[in-house]
Write a protein that binds this ligand. Structure first.
Ligand SMILES: *Cc1c(COP(=O)(O)O)cnc(C)c1O
Length: 365
């Protein structure tokens, strides 16, 4: 049987591994930062009706410009944005891929501040853009000075700012976004995948768009919006900067079914976001109770918590798996990341993780 090495794969992809968050049918999956609350039944019913109507049109290509959806996202975001300011794709990962295809590519670079979202380097690799991982300050904070020093040193074509940062949960002040946008020569993308979970009163980077034409703010329906399975991400920015993305997207990239589903979800945005406060509460509870157990959770503005104090994270993950609980080893020594789930899921996780608390002898009774 031929192996991959027998095929004429691109040299830069040889020996590489794909994105690999484990997907296992376990009862408690807290490993990829979804909103674990199911959709409200009434909203799901309305989405079904809209998808049914779209199904009757599937003999035709969908609206290539997804105009209604761009209008709906503009209304939802506010900040004086109109449809011309909006882009969307099958998840914000595809949105970011479009940005890298249009503004990065061979001979160009994209800079991020590690540890950060693991897909950034993979999207760079796939688009032939070189990836530069710059450092953060103590406890994963990113100060304006540290952020700007890396830009001066590396002169990247694109800067990716994850706000709040995944996998650490760290907040990012707009002061740093401003400093980066002032210092960078190229495009600056603020990935606000988790911004809905930030402390009340945290302003979005959308508030800076009118000042910085090279700034792009990406969002997703996959996290707070509880719509990960629909695969819808979106982006706001200057109309001309957005127009560049039409050069690289595949024609009709958003199916009629996806557009109908996203419009349905947006028509019920308050209900779709109705569990955000509860998730935030469980996140704060995770920080409190993990601290009480002797772990060292990092402050989080997102719907997950990175916590240290694990002698053997891989073994702990395996132990939790046996109890039907999936969390994430993100490769940072002595740490694991857990998504804030429902109250019951969070309780089950906290009960299970107690056996691995610092000072506990695993297996002792
Ligand atoms: C989950 C996540 C996304 C969202 O990806 P989708 O493709 O929209 O599902 C984007 N950025 C970060 C940092 C994430 O953690």
């Amino acid at each position: 049987m031929p192996r991959l090495d027998d095929f004429p794969l691109r040299d830069d992809l040889r020996g590489q591994v794909p994105y690999g968050a484990p997907q296992a049918p376990l009862p408690i999956a807290l490993n990829v930062n979804e909103n674990t609350h199911p959709l409200p039944e009434a909203v799901a019913q309305d989405i079904v009706v809209r998808i049914a109507a779209a199904t009757l049109t599937l003999n035709r290509y969908p609206d290539r410009e997804f105009t209604q959806l761009r209008e709906a996202f503009a209304r939802y975001l506010g900040h004086g944005l109109t449809a011309e300011n909006i882009w969307a794709a099958n998840g914000s990962n595809e949105v970011l891929q479009h940005v890298l295809q249009a503004y990065g590519g061979p001979g160009r670079s994209v800079l991020g501040y590690a540890p950060t979202y693991s897909m950034y380097s993979l999207l760079a690799r796939g688009t032939g853009t070189s990836w530069v991982a710059a450092d953060r300050d103590i406890d994963y904070v990113l100060s304006p000075e540290t952020a700007v020093a890396a830009i001066i040193k590396h002169d990247p074509d694109i800067v990716l700012l994850c706000r709040p940062n995944n996998p650490t949960g760290t907040r990012l002040d707009l002061e740093t976004v401003r400093a980066v946008a002032d210092a960078a020569r190229g495009m600056v993308v603020v990935d606000e995948a988790y911004i809905e979970f930030a402390d009340a009163g945290t302003p979005s980077a959308l508030t800076l768009l009118s000042e910085y034409p090279r700034l792009l703010v990406s969002r997703t329906m996959s996290k707070a919006f509880a719509f990960a399975g629909a695969r819808v991400g979106y982006l706001a920015g200057d109309p001309a900067a957005i127009d560049a993305l039409r050069l690289v997207r595949l024609p009709y990239h958003l199916s009629a079914i996806t557009q109908a589903a996203a419009l349905g979800a947006l028509a019920h945005s308050n209900e779709m976001l109705g569990t955000v406060a509860a998730v935030r509460g469980q996140r704060d509870r995770l920080v409190r109770e993990l601290t009480a157990l002797g772990f060292t959770p990092h402050p989080s503005d997102a719907n997950f918590v990175l916590f240290g104090g694990l002698a053997d994270p891989a073994a702990t993950c395996a132990g939790l798996r046996e109890r039907g609980i999936l969390i994430r080893d993100v490769g940072i020594p002595q740490t694991l990341r857990v998504t804030a789930g429902t109250q019951a899921e969070t309780s089950a996780f906290l009960t299970a993780i107690a056996a691995y608390a610092p000072g506990q002898v695993v297996g002792a009774h």
